[in-house]
Design a protein. Structure first.
Length: 126
């Protein structure tokens, strides 16, 4: 069983149903991170000032109907992530039963994301 992390808007999660994002239409896949350190680097590089609260989904890739490909970042990975790091790209929606935990991003006093904190473990995949 392989777990990947997907950062999304809390409102998108609360809306129910399968999880999608604009990138599924524009790029053909949903972005994922292989581990906490990489997700924190992505969050700090691209989501330092989000328009709404974010949540991290822990996804069991064996429960995702879509193909999951491990691919290089394009054009380059965010600062702090190795250039040879491969990222999980989910080529379809993430079904809710594939989400086995929810985590929130924790910030330090200077606004940098420093950790993930478990909010809920809705499924038995951990």
């Amino acid at each position: 069983m392989v777990h990947v992390l997907h950062l999304t808007e809390l409102s998108r999660w609360r809306a129910g149903g399968d999880v999608e994002a604009a990138s599924l239409r524009t790029e053909g896949f949903l972005h994922g991170s292989p581990d906490e350190a990489t997700l924190l680097a992505v969050a700090n590089a691209f989501y330092s000032d989000p328009a709404e609260p974010l949540i991290v989904l822990v996804v069991d890739t064996e429960k995702v109907d879509a193909e999951v490909r491990w691919e290089a970042a394009a054009p380059t990975p965010p600062p702090g992530v190795s250039g040879d790091m491969l990222f999980p790209h989910v080529y379809g929606p993430i079904p809710r039963p594939a989400v086995c935990a929810l985590r929130r991003l924790v910030r330090d006093p200077w606004g940098r994301y420093t950790a993930l904190e478990t909010v809920m473990e809705p499924g038995p995949c951990l």
